[in-house]
Design a protein around this ligand. Sequence first.
Ligand SMILES: [Zn+2]
Length: 357
Amino acid sequence: MYGLFYLSQGDSMYLEKLKKDGDFLTLTRENEWHLEPCAFSLDNGTQVNVLDTGVIEFIPKKPGNKDIVLSSGVHGNETAPIEICAELISNLILEKIEASHRVLFIFGNPASMNIAKRFVEENMNRLFSGSHSKGEGLINKERVHAKKLESYIRDFFTRVEAGRYRCHYDLHTAIRGSKNEKFAVYPFLHGKPWKKDQLQFLLACGVNTVLMMQSSATTFSYFSSNEFGADAFTIELGQVKPFGQNDMSRFAEVKETLNALVIQNELRYKEFNASDYEVFNVHRTINRTHEEFSLGFADDVVNFTPFKQGELLAKDGEEAIVAEVNGEAIIFPNANVAIGQRAILTVLPMAIDERFV
Ligand SMILES: [Zn+2]
């Protein structure tokens, strides 16, 4: 039997069920913004701490050297990574697998999962690094929740001895199709070198395309990278599909690699070869500055499509915005953003050189 460390009367119903079926995702979706914390331990000695809705930690009796954060569902309709993490959690609770390292799982926005939307009131992936409390402050539930998620990560990374290895993979699926279906965003490192072994990890996940950001951001991955020195990425794993409609065979590599990350002491990668990767640098941001704003290309033009110098990217009021150089490629285009916000990000291919270690 499990040894219970903490259990109040009200929790016992969900706790007994969770221990039996391992279904933390359903429990999370039934409790959109809050779940009473509780803890229990598994027969293998792993301590399981439910900290809130969607937030669960696994602390092995003798943890390895890694502190791993796996988040999904920061956008509620991006279901494939949520399903992958739900299965990992269930396998850990049911002791089909055993964690070798400390692992924190986060389902970011359960309420938006239940309405099959990216968010309820506000895009959570713009609310980190304190952004939740800026401007009008904690005016909606997503802002309040983003602040709590920050505190769970802070506590997870800092309540153990310093100097341990930290990583945070924030898993998404893109709205728009992509020429490079799966890709990752490497947050701005303020001049620190990029890591080849992280590219190798991504490649093992089936992700060979990486976008290097050149400025700080209010994303979840930038938060963990910047404040805790974690190897952190936003990982886009393909296109948005409703729950249960994902072709999980397309996610086999990422499933296998995340599983290995959690259960193995060390990951072994294929030898590093720069030609395996497509790496891009941000070239510029195109903001919408007029009411009249349209994209210069069709809705089905996919992310990373390159343009020739002079080709139309957007019309902003009277101004035609054209590609400045050959190969300028577009990502995340959205003509419907508020005036003053980013409508297109453009990127250029870059070499893997001495800036990588
Ligand atoms: Zn997303």
